[in-house]
Design a protein around this ligand. Structure first.
Ligand SMILES: Cc1cn([C@H]2C[C@H](O)[C@@H](COP(=O)(O)OP(=O)(O)O[C@H]3O[C@@H](C)C(=O)[C@@H](O)[C@H]3O)O2)c(=O)[nH]c1=O
Length: 183
């Protein structure tokens, strides 16, 4: 398992060792000991989520607030995504900056998203399946979000607006400044 840091502190990429043979492949998609070693902290994941998305679906940008905040370890089982994380940690040197990476079944990369980040992604292929571990349980009342096309964040999703597929819930999300003002 290899760790590569991103420009955002505490947010890093891991790549498992993939064994390929005539049957196909094998890899450890998660190993608690190795992960804690590589993360240099003890993270206890308590919930695994899986979602399937059509091409051009955007889910996000989502997070849970306060004591229900979640760190996430994101990977793609099938297809590919552009994964986006936004640093919402007020005292961070990269506060309000975003990091973007392509995760796919082919590159097998996983992104560790610390607590205090908004997270979202766009599915780049039909029937794209992602799976992510969370270190805190789902708590509906603590769910928050920022609109995907927030002007200040100015995220490059790589697609024009009219092609995007979004849930009604995500269409109604506030801008970052509205969220911060009403917090
Ligand atoms: C996130 C979540 C949703 N649900 C339910 C609520 C709802 O009825 C249904 C679909 O939920 P959503 O529309 O919020 O699913 P989705 O838009 O896929 O939400 C997810 O987006 C990505 C980007 C994240 O980072 C996640 O933390 C999560 O917010 O599933 C749970 O039961 N448990 C959960 O942990």
């Amino acid at each position: 398992m290899k760790r590569t840091n991103t420009f955002i502190k505490d947010c890093f990429i891991i790549e498992p060792r993939v064994f390929k043979d005539e049957r196909g492949y094998f890899f450890e998609s998660f190993n608690q000991n190795q992960f804690n070693d590589i993360a240099d902290q003890d993270i206890s994941f308590v919930q695994d989520n899986e979602s399937s998305s059509r091409k051009n679906v955007i889910r996000g940008l989502h997070f849970q607030e306060g004591i229900h905040a979640q760190a996430k370890l994101v990977r793609v089982v099938k297809g590919s995504i552009r994964d986006i994380v936004v640093d919402l940690r007020e005292h961070s040197t990269t506060y309000k900056q975003y990091f973007s990476i392509e995760l796919s079944e082919t590159n097998a990369k996983q992104l560790f998203v610390p607590r205090g980040f908004a997270h979202g992604f766009i599915a780049l292929e039909p029937h794209t399946i992602i799976n992510y571990k969370c270190d805190n349980f789902y708590h509906k009342d603590s769910e928050r979000g920022i609109i995907y096309n927030d002007k200040d964040l100015n995220i490059d999703w790589g697609i024009s607006d009219e092609d995007i597929i979004l849930s009604d819930k995500d269409k109604a999300l506030p801008t970052l400044s509205t969220y911060l003002n009403e917090k």
